[in-house]
Design a protein around this ligand. Structure first.
Ligand SMILES: Cc1cc2nc3c(=O)[nH]c(=O)nc-3n(C[C@H](O)[C@H](O)[C@H](O)COP(=O)(O)OP(=O)(O)OC[C@H]3O[C@@H](n4cnc5c(N)ncnc54)[C@H](O)[C@@H]3O)c2cc1C
Ligand code: SF4
Ligand code: SF4
Length: 517
């Protein structure tokens, strides 16, 4: 019989902590009603019948400093206390008619049990954290910064060798490094995200040629999961790199520690900086606001590049089945302010890794002037693996890369909003966001010390994230898009009044603050 002291994917999903990485997808992943990837019902059932594993105390929310050292796993709050949950999540497999339960996808050496799950889910309270994983992977790193983790060197710049920068969302560095690893024979394939058709607009694929790598260039703010590529890596010998957002890189790092086959075959991890993940309903919203039927959307580009306009003026671009296209700048969209958190996955509210601290090398956008005004796109890069550090240094000398060294503060400043939300904001959210399973983070809960306007911003952002899923779902069900778009515009008005003192409400709030509006 199953012990009450067990942690299963059902617990993580019911707690709003599932980012949909697919690491546990013993029997496939599926869409939930809000357009997010979640373990399929068959996967949830599979774990329900698997063996017990101790879960963490629900009261502990913070990993103390001394628990962050390698080899301290027994200090991570593993207790005999009950996780308090065996609830089935409310809406698995519902909604989009696209359930993708497959064969046994991810069966590792122990066959996808609760025991392995608790140590491999990136949001499991008993899994190793980013500090511990990075300490094991990069024990001799030359530098450490509390925001960036361990690293060898940091850069700002772009790939000089064509066509990487033109084809990339930013400076093309992700595709350049992936292609270079392949060309030099250090890997046989790269798992990354490409456009697709059918029930998904994007999915992970293993690319094995430079042309295939370029087919995947550009950022996709769309739910994807690793289930199929992990299965392919397990069944097809070779050496692989994986491109992923920080929580996916953490998931793969945890899986590698448990699974010798993955450990041997996944040789490189390329991380993307991350603000948050959107749901597939974001595309529905694009379609509504551009006046087209969602079913007519064949492909979406989230960030169409224009070298003549600032890089941070994002343009959403839809290709339609009839061969025509529609596009709009994000700042004209009701939900186009990234900071407002529309369609954000609820797990992102419990995330403290902005820059993929477990990756061999991480990439982001240089969101500071003069780079953010350069429409050709500019990366910031954090290099952690000595092997990649040496290769990048050589490529700079050869003129393949146009990069210059920068310090940790420079990199952190490019992601100032992300760090605020994931450190200061997380400390505050941990005091009032109650979940069935309480996540254990590297940030201590703290209710005091946040100015009242900032507290209001964090709360408004969380409310927008939560309600955007529900409002868009209701608009879809009623086939009445204005239900969502009107609500979104009103929410944006309040958010921007708080965040930027914009509009009449913003000026009034500024006066209340005693600050000039
Ligand atoms: C959800 C998300 C949030 C992000 N948030 C931030 C942020 O807050 N700040 C910041 O500076 N940068 C952020 N990025 C990263 C940024 O958008 C660029 O991807 C990064 O700067 C690399 O640009 P590039 O030109 O070097 O990459 P490119 O050469 O364009 O290559 C991008 C690579 O990433 C892969 N990829 C695209 N989408 C995904 C995905 N969802 N999951 C896994 N792999 C993917 C592609 O297949 C391709 O291989 C985010 C990316 C994503 C996907
Ligand atoms: S391993 Fe990934 S897909 Fe599975 S419950 Fe955890 S976050 Fe969700
Ligand atoms: S914010 Fe964190 S949890 Fe959310 S998608 Fe990004 S890395 Fe994953």
């Amino acid at each position: 019989m199953r012990s009450p002291d067990t942690l299963t994917p059902s617990d993580i999903v019911a707690s709003g902590l599932c980012i949909g990485c697919g690491g546990c997808a013993a029997k496939g992943m599926a869409w939930d009603r809000y357009g997010q990837r979640k373990p399929s019902k068959a996967t949830l059932d599979h774990y329900r019948h698997a063996g017990p594993v101790p879960a963490s105390s629900p009261r502990q929310t913070h990993q103390p400093e001394n628990a962050r050292q390698p080899g301290c796993r027994d200090k991570l709050g593993v207790t005999k206390g009950s996780s308090g949950s065996q609830t089935t999540p409310k809406f698995p497999d519902e909604g989009r008619g696209s359930v993708s339960t497959g064969p046994m996808l991810n069966a590792g050496p122990r066959g996808g049990t609760s025991e392995t799950f608790a140590t491999t889910c990136p949001f499991s309270p008993t899994a190793r954290n980013e500090d511990q994983l990075a300490a094991t992977r990069f024990p001799a790193a030359r530098h450490h910064d509390p925001r960036l983790g361990r690293y060898e060197a940091n850069y700002v710049g772009h790939a000089h060798q064509p066509p990487f920068r033109e084809r990339g969302s930013s400076g093309g560095m992700v595709s350049w490094v992936a292609a270079d690893l392949l060309a030099s024979g250090r890997i046989d394939g790269v798992a990354h995200v490409i456009p697709s058709t059918g029930d998904r607009l994007f999915h992970y694929r293993i690319s094995r040629t430079p042309d295939q790598i370029l087919e995947g260039a550009r950022s996709r703010y769309y739910p994807v999961d690793l289930a199929e590529v992990l299965h392919e890596i397990r069944t097809t010998p070779g050496r692989y790199a994986i491109v992923g957002i920080p929580c996916f890189i953490k998931a793969v790092s945890l899986l590698r520690e448990q699974d010798p086959v993955l450990n041997e075959r996944i040789t490189h991890l390329l991380g993307l900086f991350c603000g948050h993940m959107k749901s597939a309903q974001f595309v529905d919203s694009f379609a509504w606001q551009l006046g087209v039927d969602r079913n007519e959307v064949r492909a979406v580009e989230y960030r169409r590049k224009d070298p003549d306009r600032p890089a941070n003026w994002y343009t959403a671009h839809l290709d339609l089945n009839d061969g025509t296209a529609r596009w709009q700048d994000w700042f004209h969209l009701a939900d186009g302010d990234w900071g407002a958190g529309f369609f954000q996955n609820s797990a992102c509210d419990a995330c403290d890794d902005v820059v993929a601290e477990c990756a061999d090398v991480s990439f982001g956008d240089a969101w500071v002037e003069p780079y953010s005004s350069d429409g050709r796109g500019t990366n910031v890069v954090i290099v952690r693996s000595p092997e990649i550090a040496a290769r990048i240094a050589t490529a700079i000398e050869d003129g393949q890369l146009d990069l210059k060294g920068v310090d940790a503060d420079f990199i952190a400043n490019t992601q100032a909003a992300g760090f605020r939300q994931r450190r200061d904001g997380l400390a505050y959210r941990l005091t009032w966001q109650k979940r069935r399973i309480t996540p254990i983070k590297r940030v201590a809960p703290r209710a005091d010390g946040h100015p009242s306007r900032r507290r209001a911003i964090y709360r408004t952002r969380a409310a927008i994230a939560r309600w955007s899923h529900r409002m868009a779902w209701a608009a879809n069900r009623l086939n009445w898009p204005p239900l969502y778009t009107r609500w979104a515009r009103a929410s944006l008005y309040i958010y921007q009044a708080l965040a930027y003192k914009r509009g009449r409400l913003g000026r009034w709030l500024a006066k209340l603050d005693g600050v000039e509006g």
